[in-house]
Write a protein that binds this ligand. Structure first.
Ligand code: HEC
Length: 105
């Protein structure tokens, strides 16, 4: 499953509607986050540590990124950020304003 997401990650940049929810978040993670958070590069917290955070904390970190991350969060929509958070935490997010619920898989 994780491997499939990695391959789909390449496709999603060209066709954003191909995936939704945490699967889309996982594809974005593969493409934009993994290079630091899978290896601890530049002291980035490992993915296991991100997984233990609250969804809101992750969304906040993407809304006001540290300088290291400023370049990779550009162009992410609020929906993308919520999808990434649920992909990482495996905790569902309730609907918020016009944003739909994101169900953990
Ligand atoms: C260039 C490397 C790099 C990339 C790419 C990157 N990050 Fe980070 N990230 C960091 C570093 C370094 C920190 C730690 C900053 C600090 O604590 O000062 C961090 C911190 C975070 C935190 C906060 C962790 C905490 O405990 O507060 C979250 C959440 C996060 N990153 C998510 C992401 C997501 C999601 C992506 C992809 C969209 C991403 N990062 C891409 C380097 C990166």
């Amino acid at each position: 499953m994780r491997l499939t997401a990695a391959f789909l990650g390449l496709a999603i940049l060209a066709a954003p509607s191909a995936l939704a929810g945490p699967a889309e978040g996982g594809a974005i993670y593969e493409a934009r986050c993994k290079m630091c958070h899978a290896t601890g590069m530049a002291n980035a917290p490992l993915i296991e540590k991100l997984a233990a955070l609250d969804n809101q904390k992750i969304i906040d970190s993407l809304n006001t990124p540290v300088p290291m991350m400023a370049g990779v969060v550009g162009g992410l929509t609020d929906e993308d950020k919520r999808n990434i958070a649920v992909f990482l935490t495996k905790k569902s997010l309730p609907a918020s304003g016009s944003l739909p619920e994101v169900k953990a898989e």
